[in-house]
Ligand binder design. Structure first.
Ligand code: GLN
Length: 241
């Protein structure tokens, strides 16, 4: 009798960094797990909360305006070591835009102090002079594509960390080096709102499989009828930047 699989998700600063509907990523992870008989538990994590390291399989941090980032950046520093240990032990992080920016060494906004990042990825972000807004298509090394919507002024520059993929439509990390996001072991960051996962079911499943691997080893996920999601993906591939 196979043990009942479970996925435990920690939604970091759920009430602060939830701009542009990024919580849709949480809903997608939960539904795509439950559709396969995998139970999903979501913990909304807030300022001052204690991180129960070792418990969670996926950490999600969404996007937010500079002022929300300024509020949580200091609190996030309290969990720097714990999140490093969690990801070293195979926990997954999915970070979107403002949350992604705080995974690097720092985010230097237009106004106010430079915000310290977690240095979980080798990257830094500085505020640009124009907002990068519009549709984005990313081509990954395996030939798959990711689609979404960007709205940021921050320009992220990667050091040794690998990009999520190559931008074929839109700006991506900084509108200069044609790179988008970051994919560093089990740590993923991207500027793609939308939210990201509903129209990118293959990537959602990749994250679920990675998260399950932490406690159960390699799990082959059963396939789902993704005709609706993939038709939305195909349509998004044709949208202008
Ligand atoms: N405040 C950051 C920027 O403008 C992130 C915005 C966001 O999360 N969409 O670059």
């Amino acid at each position: 009798m196979q043990e009942k699989l479970e996925i435990r998700i920690c939604h970091l600063y759920a009430h602060f960094l939830n701009i542009y509907g990024d919580r849709g990523n949480i809903l997608t992870l939960v539904k795509r797990s439950e559709w396969r008989g995998i139970s999903a538990e979501v913990t909304a994590f807030g300022l001052g909360d204690k991180l129960d390291i070792g418990k969670h399989d996926i950490y999600f941090i969404g996007g937010g305006q500079d002022k929300q980032q300024q509020v949580i950046a200091e609190d996030l520093q309290r969990h720097k070591k714990a999140l490093q240990e969690a990801t070293d032990a195979g926990a997954v992080i999915l970070s979107i835009c403002g949350g992604y920016q705080l995974l690097g060494h720092y985010y230097r906004p237009h106004e106010g102090p430079e915000l310290p990042g977690l240095s979980l990825i080798d990257a830094h972000t500085v505020a640009g002079n124009k907002r990068m807004i519009g549709n984005v298509v990313v081509k990954r090394e395996d030939g798959s594509t990711l689609v979404g919507f960007e709205n940021h002024s921050g320009k992220t520059f990667l050091g040794a960390s690998k990009a999520l993929g190559q931008v074929t439509t839109g700006n991506g990390n900084n509108g200069q080096d044609e790179l988008e996001g970051v994919a560093e072991k089990t740590i993923f960051g991207t500027y793609l709102h939308g939210s990201l996962l509903p129209k990118n079911p293959h990537f959602a499943d990749h994250l679920i499989a990675l998260a399950l691997k932490r406690r159960y080893g390699e799990i082959a996920l059963s396939s789902l009828d993704d005709s609706f999601e993939l038709s939305a993906h195909q349509r998004a591939l044709t949208l202008p930047a």
